[in-house]
Design a protein around this ligand. Sequence first.
Ligand code: PLP
Length: 391
Amino acid sequence: MNWQIPLSDLRLTQEDRDAVMAALESNWLTMGERTQNFERLFAEALDRADPPFCFAVGNCTLALHMALVALGVGPGDEVIVPSLTFVATANAALYCGATVVLADVTSPNDWTLSIADVTAKITPRTKAIIPVHYAGQPCDMVALLALAKSNGIAIVEDNAHGPLADGWIDANHTARALGTIGEIGCFSFFSNKNMTTGEGGMVVTRNKALAEKLRLLRAHGMTTLTMDRHKGHAFSYDVVELGFNYRIDEMRAAMGITQLARLPANNGKRAEVVGWYNPALAAVPGIVVPFAHRPAQGRQALHIMPVLLPAGVAREAVQIALRDAGIQTSIHYRPIHTFSYHSQSEMVRRDGLSVTDSLTPRILTLPLYPSMTRADVQLVADALQRALAGA
Ligand SMILES: Cc1ncc(COP(=O)(O)O)c(C=O)c1O
């Protein structure tokens, strides 16, 4: 379909293409200098003063899995995740044989984890909480850090949506990059994300022991890598962990570097577009725009533009009317507890999700990408208003 206004817009540049070609022409295709540089630059972009340990991986799903493995999550443990997220957040815990405890979101205006519900769902078996910074909006990390500390629980941030956004870590509003606040942070560079490598991800920690574990888990638990042996630094290796092959390759790392260079400017443009959307949508009767009145917690990296339709509206009719006007929409997300697999799994606890359930039929995601113009935004808002009048 040839959308007039697509949901997201992938703009690759000649720099991206040149970087990938140069990686190919270097004749060194995996775990080389480009991956090392990408990790260093990403760490510095997150926190120049105190760069965390960063490991580039094949995608964010792998990052989430290895994060939980590194923390020792296994059968008998419980991991709390929001139901309103992409399915990978919960699956990471299921891969480990742990029980997933689905938690509610806060309110129609705040679709991040409900602290009250997380508090109620903590048990002696809770080993980790995975807050999702939905749409790039920070979860209440001050409250989560306090809960985690008093209960001895680890936090793994799913920051697929908010690369280079900040969140507050204390009551004084000290800002830190999302993904560097909990024990481990996970990022996605999937093709619709704020920066992309096609498939790709990053796993991040400030903890040296966890970093060592993650380094081993990414590459079969091997003590030396092909590069070490190529450079003559080592001649053999031992295997000291049950590791995986969760590596990225040099072509993607090369593209990660060029994409990362443009990320701050693109994040800025996204924030500008959301700044146009908020008043335009406030004029559409019955529409709730979550997070519209939230202060920024430092740098912003807004990923998607969710809205809540008026209760009782036939959402599909609205989506069809918008499609006919050339506007692509989506739904982020169908909650995990409604999927065939997860609604039947004994490993998924799904009680007390009333806010999520009440929002679910009303959720709609509108287009958001850095090159959107104010006129595009107005066109979407006007088309939405017309669609609602006809729905
Ligand atoms: C919130 C969230 N978590 C995890 C993922 C998984 O990311 P990936 O596709 O890189 O495995 C995604 C993305 O698609 C996501 O949106």
